[in-house]
Design a protein around this ligand. Structure first.
Ligand code: ATP
Ligand code: MG
Length: 289
């Protein structure tokens, strides 16, 4: 039986991916009790008033400090970021620069040490556990380098999980999942388990799972990093197509400069700040092919 809570995979989870896997679990959490208060600001604060030209994301004065046995690690240096609605922004940078940490903070999977992180009218930095879970489920689609699909479930069941976690009836959730698998051209792989799919197909299922709740923001952390060049290009093309057709605002972390340069903007994370690298040729807010 499909049970979204009994979801820890028995096999197939890399040790190094365990923390990311826990993040996937947190992405599919849903707290019905929080739903009734979802439209209010965090901790009872009034939400920021939006104007027509308000950005989709506005980060100001972001700091993240880790205290380790070897001392204090200051990851961001008053980092600022403004992303307009409909932009597809690539973030590049050396390993360890803090790209994943930045996405985790934007997606309410981690909390900053200082600063404000507005996604639309919500200051994500102020969200507590329950509201953060509700925010993630409602607003954020997250894709990782590794797909973290649950090996014992079919592709269709995997895509249905975030809907079931929200309390949507199984028949409806499965029908919506089937529609999403059609969108990522995997109609004929619905009943396949992840182990019966190619790497690119697994990532397309993960993309469908990320978007099935119709989030406004897509955060993708090296979504093509584990794929060969041709498959990576195809998955990237699919991300761009979905970004456009679903009018998403997307932030994509990648080490692949070819793919990054096809986004509307490229930012390099270095020295704790985001530095504009280049404007993509023919940049539009919803990049076409
Ligand atoms: N919980 C933690 N405690 C202490 N240090 C941490 C913690 N999480 C991450 N770091 C450190 O923060 C830095 C940034 O990590 P992050 O995963 O964001 O890098 P990244 O830019 O995504 O790197 P990569 O390209 O290799 O994925 C790293 O040096 C890492 O060791
Ligand atoms: Mg990373």
């Amino acid at each position: 039986m499909l049970n979204c809570r009994a979801s820890a995979p028995a096999v197939g989870l890399r040790e190094t991916g365990a923390s990311s896997y826990r993040m996937v679990q947190r992405m599919t959490e849903w707290t019905p009790a929080a739903a009734s208060t979802a439209s209010r600001g965090a901790r009872g604060l009034e939400p920021r008033v939006l104007t027509p030209d308000s950005p989709a994301i506005q980060v100001e004065g972001l700091k993240k400090t880790y205290r380790t046995a070897l001392g204090t690690l200051n990851l961001f240096d008053d980092l600022h970021l403004r992303v307009e609605t409909g932009e597809m922004v690539a973030v590049v940078g050396q390993s360890g620069a803090g790209k994943s940490t930045l996405l985790h903070i934007l997606g309410a999977l981690d909390v900053p040490s200082a600063g404000t992180v507005y996604c639309a009218s919500t200051n994500v930095a102020e969200l507590n556990g329950r509201r953060a879970a509700e925010f993630r489920n409602r607003e954020i689609g997250y894709v990782w380098q590794f797909h973290y699909l649950l090996p014992e479930f079919s592709a269709q069941e995997n895509v249905a999980l975030p809907l079931l976690a929200r309390g949507i009836a199984k028949a409806e959730a499965m029908a919506m999942a089937a529609n999403w698998l059609r969108e990522v051209d995997l109609d004929d792989r619905r009943s396949h388990r992840p182990g019966e799919l190619s790497g690119g197909e697994q990532q397309r299922v993960a993309l469908a799972r990320a978007l099935v709740n119709q989030p406004r923001l897509l955060l993708a952390d090296e979504p093509t990093g584990d794929l060969d060049e041709t498959t990576a290009a195809r998955v990237f093309d699919l991300i761009r197509r979905l970004h456009q057709s679903h009018q998403l605002t997307s932030i994509l972390v990648t080490h692949n400069m070819d793919l990054a340069s096809r986004c509307t903007r490229v930012l390099r994370l270095e020295g704790g700040r985001l530095v504009p690298l280049q404007a993509a040729a023919n940049a539009t807010q919803f990049p076409g092919n």
